[in-house]
Design a binder for this molecule. Structure first.
Ligand code: ZN
Length: 94
């Protein structure tokens, strides 16, 4: 079974999810949308959590969207704008 990594969309999260966490999943399992411990919205990422935001050049946008991922690029201090996928248009605070 593949191991998938998740990162919280709304820090700080909890002890389980604050730095991201890994979960064994069957291919037929639906991705988690919320931390199982604290309910913080989470997002599944490819590879290390550090490349999920700000590493757009490492990941092909079409591939991400097709697999249900949402990708963001940094547009300002603490703000991210969606580049592909079905998530919110922006994340961060004004
Ligand atoms: Zn949590």
């Amino acid at each position: 079974m593949p191991i998938h990594e998740y990162v919280p969309l709304e820090p700080p999260g909890c002890a389980l999810c604050c730095y991201g966490f890994e979960r064994l999943e069957r291919l037929s399992d639906a991705p988690l949308t919320h931390c199982t411990a604290c309910g913080t919205p989470v997002r599944r990422v490819l590879g290390a959590p550090a490349v999920a935001v700000g590493g757009a050049h490492l990941l092909r946008e079409g591939h991400l969207a097709k697999h249900g991922f949402t990708q963001y690029r940094k547009v300002g201090k603490g703000r991210y704008e969606k580049t592909t996928g079905e998530g919110p248009e922006t994340i961060g605070s004004d």
